[in-house]
Design a protein around this ligand. Structure first.
Ligand code: TXA
Ligand code: MG
Length: 352
C-alpha cells in the first residue's frame, strides 16, 4: 500500500472545534478516509455513497470484501433514502435506542452502493451517540460508511492510540476524541422480518431490546463454531479481536476458574512461556505469577466491556505468549463481552 500522510487532530469533546470538524467532513465527502470516535469504538469513515472511497476502507484495513459495512447517519431523517422501507418494529427500536449503540439491518434502497453491502440486498444503519461523530457526519453531508478503525483481525480501537498503531500511514486523518464510553461495538439487529434477530450482541443488551419489542431471537451461529451454523452477519465468521498472543478462556465457578488458571500459569511458565492473566477486580489478588491485569468488576460487566479490547492490546505490548482469561456471566453486556472474548480465543475454552 502507498504510504499516506496521516493528520492527527485532537478534539476536546467538551469544547468542540467545529472548524476542524468541518474540514474533516469535507475531506470525507471528497473521498478521504477519516477515523473518528463513537461511543462504542473508533470507526474508519468514508463517504458511504462513493464506491471508490468505500473500496479504500477495505484496502486500508485489509478487510475481506464480502464483509459489509455500517452506514452512519447524524439524523433520523437521513434514514429514509437509504432503505426500501422502515417497518413498525424498526420504528419502535429507533424511538427508544437512537442515537446509540444499535445498528439495524433493513432492505436497502438503490442509492446504496454494492461496495457498502457486499452485494447483499440489505443495509446496516446506525445513528451514533457521540458529539464528535454526530457533528462530523453532519458536516460531511453524506452517510458515512465506517467499520471499526482497526486492522482486520485486531481488537477494535477504544482510544486514538490504538487507531494510530493500526492505521497511521494508511488514512488521511485520525480524530482523537479520547477514550470511548462503551468499548464494544453496537448491537446488530436484523429487522427485515417479524422475527427480530440479534446478529451481533453489543452496546444495547438483549434484555433492553426485549423490554421494547417482546421476543427477540439470537442468531444461533453466534455461540457455535460448527460448519452447519453460518452466521447471518458476514463479519461474525472471521477471526476477530485477536491479539498476537494465544487466548484461552477458563469457564466455570469463579473459585475453580482461579484454581485452574493458577495451575496452568505455573505449567506454562515451566515450559518457558510468558503468561498473561485476564482477571477481575474480585480475583486479581489471588494470582501470583505472570502479567496480571484486571479487566474490571464482575458485578458491573460494563466496566469489563470498556476495558477488554484495550487489555488485549496491552498484553501484546507486554509480550506475553498466552493469555488465560476468566469467563464472566453472559448477562446484560456480559453476553457481548463473552462473544468478543470467545472470538479472540478462537472458541478455545476450558470448562472446569
Ligand atoms: O459500534 C459499531 O458498530 C462500530 C462503530 C464504528 O459504529 N462499527 C463496527 O463496524 O463495528 P464493523 O464493520 O467492524 O462491524 C459491522 C458488522 C459486521 O459484523 C458486518 O458483517 C455486519 O455488521 N453487517 C453489516 N452490514 C450487514 C448486513 N447488511 N447484514 C448483516 N450484517 C451486516
Ligand atoms: Mg470490526
Amino acid at each position: 500500500m502507498k504510504y499516506i500522510h496521516t493528520q492527527i487532530v485532537k478534539i476536546d469533546v467538551n469544547n468542540i472545534d467545529h472548524s476542524a470538524l468541518k474540514r474533516a467532513g469535507a475531506l470525507l465527502r471528497e473521498g478521504g478516509l477519516v477515523a473518528f470516535p463513537t461511543e462504542t469504538v473508533y470507526g474508519l469513515g468514508a463517504n458511504g455513497l462513493d464506491d471508490r472511497a468505500v473500496k479504500r476502507i477495505f484496502e486500508a484495513k485489509g478487510r475481506p470484501s464480502d464483509n459489509p459495512l455500517i452506514l452512519h447517519i447524524s439524523h433520523i431523517r437521513e434514514l429514509d433514502r437509504l432503505v426500501a422501507s422502515v417497518p413498525e418494529r424498526a420504528r419502535m427500536l429507533i424511538d427508544r435506542f437512537w442515537p446509540g449503540p444499535m445498528t439495524l439491518v433493513l432492505k436497502k434502497a438503490d442509492l446504496v452502493p454494492d461496495q457498502v453491502t457486499a452485494g447483499l440486498d440489505t443495509v446496516a444503519v446506525r445513528m451514533p451517540d457521540h458529539p464528535v461523530a454526530r457533528c462530523l457526519i453532519g458536516y460531511a453531508g453524506v452517510p458515512v460508511a465506517a467499520p471499526s478503525a482497526n486492522l482486520s483481525g485486531k481488537p477494535s480501537p477504544t482510544r486514538a492510540e490504538h487507531v494510530i498503531e493500526d492505521l497511521q500511514g494508511r488514512v488521511e486523518m485520525i480524530i482523537d476524541g479520547g477514550d470511548v464510553a462503551i468499548g464494544l461495538e453496537s448491537t446488530v439487529i436484523d429487522v427485515t422480518s417479524p422475527r427480530i434477530t440479534v446478529l451481533r450482541p453489543g452496546g444495547i443488551t438483549v434484555e433492553q431490546l426485549r423490554e421494547v419489542t417482546g421476543e427477540v431471537y439470537i442468531d444461533p451461529a453466534l455461540f457455535n463454531t460448527g460448519e452447519e451454523f453460518i452466521p447471518k452477519s458476514p463479519g461474525m465468521k472471521y477471526t476477530h479481536y485477536s491479539p498476537e498472543a494465544e487466548v484461552v478462556i477458563v469457564a466455570g465457578k469463579v473459585d475453580k476458574v482461579v484454581g485452574r488458571i493458577r495451575q496452568m500459569a505455573w505449567e506454562l511458565e515451566q515450559q518457558g512461556k510468558k503468561v498473561g492473566i485476564l482477571a477481575t477486580e474480585q480475583t486479581k489478588h489471588l494470582y501470583d505469577r505472570g502479567v496480571i491485569i484486571s479487566a474490571g468488576d464482575r458485578n458491573y460487566p460494563g466496566t469489563i466491556a470498556a476495558r477488554l479490547f484495550g487489555m488485549l492490546r496491552e498484553f501484546d505490548k507486554q509480550g506475553v505468549d498466552v493469555i488465560l482469561a476468566e469467563s464472566i456471566e453472559e448477562k446484560d453486556i456480559g453476553l457481548a463481552v463473552m462473544n468478543r472474548l470467545l472470538k479472540s480465543a478462537g472458541y478455545n475454552v476450558i470448562n472446569v
